[in-house]
Design a protein around this ligand. Sequence first.
Ligand SMILES: [Mn+2]
Length: 305
Amino acid sequence: MSDRTGGAVGPTHGELPMQFLGEENPGVAPERARFHVIPAPIERTVSYGGGTARGPEAILVASEQMELFDGMDVPLDRGIFTWPPVPVEGDTQTVFAALQEAVARALRLGEMVPVVLGGEHAITLPCVRAVLEVLDAPIGIVQFDAHGDLRDRYHDDPYSHASVMRRCLDLGVPIHSVGVRALSPDDLQIRRERPDMVSFQDAIDVVPSGVSAVTLPDDFPELVYLTFDVDGLDPSVISATGTPEPGGLGWYQALSMVASVAAQRRIVAFDVVELAPVAGRHADDFAAARLVYQIMGIIARSRGW
Ligand SMILES: [Mn+2]
């Protein structure tokens, strides 16, 4: 571990982009890294608490303090490359296009897994577009979230974080959501109208009973994009997020469920979004960084890397 201690959000390292795991990471060339960390400090729409623009930096800073063994082996051994943060200047389409290109660039390098650090949940849309563009095969989304995110628009914005799964649905991508416990009338309507495209295991279905497996529809695509909104977790694990909801997934439960997805399908990219760091509460930042690293380990082992 590095010498750095304390502080929810630390300074960047001079002009150098920070890398995941800090100085513990020997920094392999991108062509030799299985995991490509792409910081996306994008925050355009806010419902309640803000601050997701500082999520990627908080995760990178916290990652410097993390032990490298994940309980099974050392995911870092597969190579983790960290790209500079995507530019966030300009209108929505400009910013999304830059992120889409960053994810596509990583995917074009070979059998690599882009790992996108949000940022608000809206960023999932350009990431999914990149996967569709480069892999040119059907994909499904497994969404860990407290919310459905299926509204057609929110505050008159069709690209808000509360509409991101609806926009993905527009791309013809089926969604399986896990841990949802706050639904809008729009969310409920889409669930009723599109049972062929939207399946779910809500918090009430899995948390009290301790379900640890994800049950995907039989015809769910083989390739999976995993999006992990940290508010899917219970606020006792992470509460530094815009709209925390009680009754969420436990830590081990969530990881078991991710492992269950990896055992059934091939996770080709993932994001961790909606961390809104609070100064002095670095446990949340650390949990998010640990979540990113644990998911890397789960994917690496499921792929035989
Ligand atoms: Mn969400």
